[in-house]
Design a protein around this ligand. Structure first.
Ligand code: DP6
Length: 402
């Protein structure tokens, strides 16, 4: 065991996935506990392509809790970080007083050093806060000997983070209680359930989003009548239909519900006063492209969804991936770096029929899309066993590469 100033150092590294909602969470009924006004459902993406990695070290010699995110030290007093730390320490204390935890479970009276990195651009609308808080809570729980239900803790870091605590298809039940104890994430189906389902992240812009989701949804709750209608009268039925579509692997139903729910979420943004615009011209072109592609085949083969940013996330089945990627390349030609346009799971090039190109009939837009990440559904958080992958050195400070 490494030591700092002669004191024992406990260190754990974990990784956690991004998730992309197909029934969106937008709006809170309790800002502090992060309780939503509607349930939501997402697909956890594979960590081979998108993940956060976090190392937590714990030692009696540390003077204070500290955190480094993507190479930069950040303010640990931020309320949401404090909520997660407090909740995990509280669960650890409880386990210890119940005699369940390892007496040596570290960290109760000790301070922690936290170091976290993403393997994708932060705040580009790629749900980095979800993977980030899920990873933080999961890693803290391992260091402090806490087991069991943790989604109610990660929810207090960022609402959507509770869904990243599980792999596959995950629902976040809004719950009814004032204390939020029943506002939890649950796995609907594991990632192995629908192996043909594929995901393409079309990265439109890697810039920071103009209105963050936290403040955006707050204004929507205050001003949008459509949002209230959505939460009360649309989402409950849609959740049931979506769960059924997932159970049955019914792609047409899954895809149509996904697109309608994304469109309604962005409609509530427009109904917010002043309005919020997350979609840009490229996003709207992707929407048109998908509908024209599906119309050509008279079949819903591809679906889009957009979060609080312009990037499109495409859901489709494996047999359509090659052609649809070629369609994206054709209508959004990369300027020079054609070789780096496609990241993630390999996709073989193919040729498009003139008929299809004509049916889509759009003017190509050079550089509209920066790159595509090709991925699929994947598992929940995991412990990284290889000690060489720790992001903190034996002195408890970030390694050069972190
Ligand atoms: C559009 O979870 O980022 O991605 O709870 O305030 O941290 P906070 O918001 P956040 O909101 C995510 C909104 C969304 C839809 C979704 O993921 O369900």
């Amino acid at each position: 065991m490494p030591e700092v100033s002669g004191k024992k150092l406990t260190m754990v590294t974990c990784s956690a996935p991004v998730n992309i909602a197909v029934i969106k969470y937008w709006g809170k009924r309790d800002e502090e506990l992060i309780l939503p006004i509607n349930s939501s459902l997402s697909v956890t993406l594979h960590q081979d392509q998108l993940k956060t990695t976090t190392t937590v070290a714990c030692s009696r010699s540390f003077q204070e809790d500290r955190i480094w995110l993507n190479g930069k030290e950040e303010d640990i007093t931020q309320p949401r970080l404090q909520s997660c730390l407090r909740e995990i320490r509280c669960l650890s204390r409880k386990r210890r007083s119940d005699g369940e935890a390892d007496v040596d479970a570290a960290g109760l009276s000790h301070k922690v050093h936290i170091c976290s990195v993403n393997n994708f651009p932060t705040a580009a609308g790629l749900a980095s806060s979800a993977a980030g808080y899920a990873c933080l809570v999961y890693t803290l729980s391992r260091v402090m000997g806490v087991e069991g239900e943790l989604s109610a803790v990660s929810r207090q870091g960022s609402g959507s983070a509770c869904r990243s605590m599980y792999g596959g298809f995950v629902q976040w039940l809004m719950g009814q209680q004032g204390d939020g104890k029943d506002s939890l994430a649950q796995q609907v189906e594991p990632e192995t359930h629908w192996p043909e389902l594929r995901v393409l992240v079309l990265v439109v812009s890697a810039e920071r989003k103009p209105v963050g989701s936290t403040s955006g949804m707050q204004t929507s709750v205050e001003t949008s009548i459509l949002l209230k209608h959505r939460a009360d009268s649309v989402v409950p039925a849609r959740m049931k239909e979506m769960i059924e579509a997932v159970h049955k692997r019914d792609f047409t139903a899954f895809a149509e519900l996904t697109m309608k729910d994304s469109n309604q979420f962005h409609a509530t943004c427009l109904d917010t006063y002043p309005p919020i615009f997350y979609l840009n011209d490229v996003s709207r072109r992707v929407i048109n492209l998908v509908h024209r592609y599906n119309r050509h085949y008279r079949e819903t083969k591809v679906a889009y969804t957009f979060d609080a940013g312009p990037n499109a996330v495409i859901y489709t089945l494996q047999q359509n991936v090659e052609e649809f990627v070629q369609v994206v390349k054709h209508f959004f030609p990369p300027e020079t770096n054609g070789g780096h346009f496609l990241k993630g799971l390999p996709v073989a090039p193919t040729t498009l029929s003139e008929e299809l190109k004509q049916a889509i009939g759009m003017e190509p837009m050079v550089k509209g899309i920066c790159y595509i990440i090709s991925t699929k559904a994947g598992p929940g958080p995991r412990v990284v066993e290889d000690p060489s992958e720790h992001l903190l050195g034996s002195d408890g400070l970030p390694k050069e590469s972190a």
